[in-house]
Design a protein around this ligand. Sequence first.
Ligand code: UDX
Length: 468
Amino acid sequence: MKISVIGVGYLGAVHAASMAELGHEVIGLDVDLRRLERLSAGESPFHEPGFPEILRRGLATGRLRFTADIDELADADVHFLGLGTPQRADGFGADLTALDAAVDSLAAVLPARAGVSTLVVGKSTVPTGTARRLAGRLEQIDGVHLLWNPEFLREGFAVRDTLEPDRIVYGVRDPEVAGPEIAMLDAVYAQILDRSEGGVPRLVMGYEAAELVKVSANAFLATKISFINAMAELCEATGADVTDISRALGMDDRIGNKFLRAGVGFGGGCLPKDIRAFIASAEDLGAGQALGFLREVDAINQRRRVRVVDLAREMLGTLRGRRITVLGAAFKPDSDDVRDSPALEVVSRLMAAGAHVTVTDPEALENARRRVEGLAAVQDTAEALQDAELVLLLTEWREYRDLDPIAAAQLVSTPRIIDGRTVLTPSEWRAAGWEFQALGRPDAPTTLPADDRSVPVADALIDAAAQA
Ligand code: UDX
């Protein structure tokens, strides 16, 4: 089938190459000429395992190409919209400028095809009501139908999540009468849906539900992370270890053990801006109260970033003039993405407090340098650790998780570390002479006096009952 993908950022580029991998003839459109040049040369503009291979394969077979000229897309059967919907500069809402502009330019070139359907398939994360609004514009053209088919891909697993998703969601105007459009999109995804190959479930629903599935999935994930980070705050006040809580909670099948790792919180191009856009969209719909809790989810997440800086200050006495090495700049491992990266925000706060910060990361330093002016970035981990008075682990790349505390102690000036991702084993680091702190794993509670801790909770309750 002939397919176009409009907007070849992270989502769009991976989708375009994946569709070529499925055997379709694909053309990707973007306004960023430099990006198009790189993609056309088989060069990935971002770090994503497996993507360079499918990109090059698509280009080599001639099934995949890129253009800046929308006229070249006009004869495709299916047009995917992969445009970014970033947070607006003036508030929490999503900025739909790029998406609206793309739909306008597409509508201007789409031919009316009597008897032959053309599908436009939205993949961007959008506020509820967007699909119906865009459908009103596009479906004025004979034969054109809009479906909303949200994308759930995770960075670092983008190719796998596209070709082997957990589920595929189609949002349509009216599920009762959308048979032909559904069949057409099924044909695009035939190999993924193929039951004989253990295919994935495909769910058809109205536009609004499809839009909500995407944002509510991200809101749920963000809530799960902030929940465990709220428990980390309680652990810091009581002396408990949050990793014990995560482990025990995760063994309950109804809760599940994923997304329960406490630490410096969530970042990236999706979770933070999507929950804010969700809050804004619910308020616009007059249902703001329903999502009031998401403001707290966001607030807990922001507080963790501040807490790391406070912990660093507590350990060093003052931050001014102190040499701090930060392990990790990306918002998560296996990514070079620094958008709303907790690690980089901590770095900026430490720098603002007068610390001499050195940052290292296997993939994200180039992007980090562009974001933070005057950043001291060092590629080599051992070199970055040299002479540090405090080390902060803020992105849990494998090589940082596997650091040898004995060898690392030889490099730094004073062995002090904060594990901001709860991935290190405190006893190993302490045994190697490190002063060790981790978010949610206090060696002493931060608020309760030591005496209070020594009274087991059950005993305290019995005493209270006896006095009553
Ligand atoms: C997310 C969603 O997972 C994906 O379905 C959606 O399509 C896009 O947004 P992504 O942004 O790639 O994907 O990151 P994800 O793997 O979800 O991690 C988000 C953030 O949460 C990262 O900063 C990560 O470090 C943090 N995180 C994750 C935690 O702090 N604790 C956890 O237990 C899990």
